[in-house]
Design a protein around this ligand. Sequence first.
Ligand code: DC
Length: 221
Amino acid sequence: MKQDDQRGKKIVIALDGPAASGKGTLARRLASHFNLALLDTGILYRAVGWNVLQDGGDPENEVDALKAAEKISDTDFSNPELRTESIGVAASKVAQIAAVRSTLLNFQRHFANNPPPDKDGAILDGRDIATVICPEAPIKIFITADVETRAKRRFLEEYGENGTPEQLAEILKDLKDRDQRDINRSASPLKKAENAYLIDTTDSDIEAVFEAAREFVSSKM
Ligand code: DC
């Protein structure tokens, strides 16, 4: 009976969590394993933040941020600079502005509900996927880790083995500030949806995290 009901049905996975929690890696692994289209929604906010800075604007200014959001389709999403922690900071500033979030909402919902025919569904990762973008998603995961662990991971990603203690301290401060903004903003703040499956990655490697998530997703299919 369950099989008949589920046949041909596309799945939607909502994956949320704070900066540098391992969301991106887990999303890629799940997308590949379950044949899902993947949307890293953070890159949309990063593109807006990047555009504001390129235009010499202020990411916390609504007029500057909205202007940048409206021309988001001109952005080169493969630019590696978009992935840096300094653009993450600008992204979390523009992400506080409700009007910026509204301009990005339909694109994200459309992506979730219209995966390409050769895919079995979609996975979106971000901060408000389970709570605002896809509250009806049948599979919700919230991934987190303590902030020191997340800072070390981001530090190694950005500087490899050549980073200095000052650079690590700066990343830690940026992540703490970013957490505060993402959690405390009034527009779609970061929070775990009540029915989301919680994974803490502080003491786990990616294989263990992937296995836990894979089992959870399989149990929901
Ligand atoms: O996931 P990330 O680090 O690439 O996200 C960058 C910033 O974008 C994050 O600090 C807050 C914002 N963001 C958001 O507000 N909502 C999302 N769904 C995704 C990202």
